[in-house]
Write a new protein. Structure first.
Length: 77
């Protein structure tokens, strides 16, 4: 591999991680705001009623999807 290819892969990876962090922060802030304001929200009500195991499973599936998306992005680029 050429050094420029390695730099490009690292750059794409960092860009994807930053986008993931921004999205996670945004969703977390939204859920905290809705919970703090006690507004009625179907998604928040549905999510808060789930068991810990189900929430963990959703989290693992989401992270797996993001990792696969990163891998596909790197392979395509």
């Amino acid at each position: 591999m050429f050094p420029s290819t390695i730099i490009f892969i690292v750059w794409i990876s960092n860009l994807t991680f930053m986008a993931n962090s921004a999205l996670s922060s945004s969703v977390s802030h939204y859920l905290d705001t809705m919970d703090g304001m006690r507004q009625s929200n179907r998604f928040l009500n549905w999510y808060s009623e789930l068991s810990f195991r189900t929430k963990a499973f959703i989290s693992i599936c989401t992270h797996t999807f993001i990792i696969l998306l990163m891998a596909i992005t790197i392979i395509i680029s």
